[in-house]
Design a binder for this molecule. Structure first.
Ligand code: ATP
Length: 279
């Protein structure tokens, strides 16, 4: 039986500009996306029993066809002459519906893993094309580098030389619907005029570009997001921002000690918190 054990990392958005609403209902975005070492664990096995089985066992995440990982495996199985069974076991470590891209990363990891296990040899470009049909952030996780993401997130340009940092992620566990956030966003047109520098000498330079247009929707409704940002800055962070459509807040630190201490302080407030490296 062929088997792979893989890690599916989370992401944070150093930048999220909403440029315009598109006729198809999506938004044109400009994002700077960074992977972090907070990972789901995914075991993929080929079996003799036909069909795809996904087991996750985490509240709020469906097993079976409702899971984005199931749809990723199905998309590749459709391209394969062999039709073996595929068993997928997901251990969630990334908070769910949190703005950390957990589901998208699981899907990207399954696309790459099943491509290898089935010997399909699809190039990265083709996997990214399949990925965007599953979710706008999936191509970024296949790309696997810090990126400027444009369009709905699928037009990717590598940004080299972004300094490594310690990232503290804090999830206050309030439910924020991505659809609700975009429905309530007031577009000013200002974002499209702002140029973002993509050269960074140190972590402070990265902090200078932190911005997320979606905070204007979420912070007034969920003041805890602003509160966590303030607490992380008070704990010594060089910068702090909400990731994606929230509600997770992250902060950048240069030193491990300060990051670990800040995460402990946040956990003492009964929030999910972790201190991890950028990857
Ligand atoms: P993004 O940052 O891409 O908007 P997110 O981090 O906000 O993503 P996810 O954790 O990917 O959100 O979950 C969004 C929804 O997708 C959840 O409501 C969940 O039920 C569903 N879902 C399906 N498959 C998965 C999966 N493998 N992991 C997490 N959520 C999944």
């Amino acid at each position: 039986m062929k088997k792979l054990m893989l890690k599916a990392p989370a992401k944070v958005n150093y930048r999220l500009d909403v440029l315009r609403r598109r006729p198809d209902g999506y938004h044109d975005l400009r994002m700077i996306m960074q992977r972090i070492d907070l990972c789901d664990e995914i075991e993929i096995s080929l079996t003799d029993r036909p069909g795809i089985r996904v087991v996750c066992g985490r509240e709020g995440v469906p097993d079976g066809p409702g899971n984005i990982a199931w749809r990723a495996a199905d998309a590749l199985l459709a391209l394969s002459a062999d039709k073996p069974g595929i068993d997928i076991a997901i251990t969630k470590k990334i908070p769910v519906a949190a703005g950390l891209g957990g589901g998208s990363s699981d899907a990207a990891t399954v696309l790459m893993g099943v491509n290898e296990l089935l010997g399909l040899d699809l190039p990265e470009k083709r996997l990214r094309e399949i990925g965007v049909t599953l979710g706008a952030d999936v191509p970024f996780f296949i790309f696997g580098r810090t990126a400027l993401a444009e369009g709905i997130g699928e037009e990717l340009t590598a940004i080299d030389g972004v300094p490594a940092a310690w990232i503290v992620v804090v999830n206050p566990n309030v439910p924020v619907s991505t659809a609700w956030v975009y429905q309530n966003l007031q577009l000013t047109g200002e974002a499209a005029r702002v140029k973002i520098p993509c050269f960074f000498e140190n972590v402070s330079d990265v902090c200078a570009i932190l911005s997320n247009d979606l905070e204007s929707v979420t912070i007034p409704r969920y003041p805890v997001i602003g509160e966590i940002k303030r607490e992380l800055l008070a704990a010594g962070a060089l910068g702090s921002l909400m990731s994606g459509s929230g509600p997770t807040v992250f902060a950048l630190f240069e030193e491990e000690d300060a990051a670990v201490r800040a995460a402990e302080t946040m956990r003492a407030r009964s929030w999910f918190a972790a201190a991890v490296r950028t990857i």
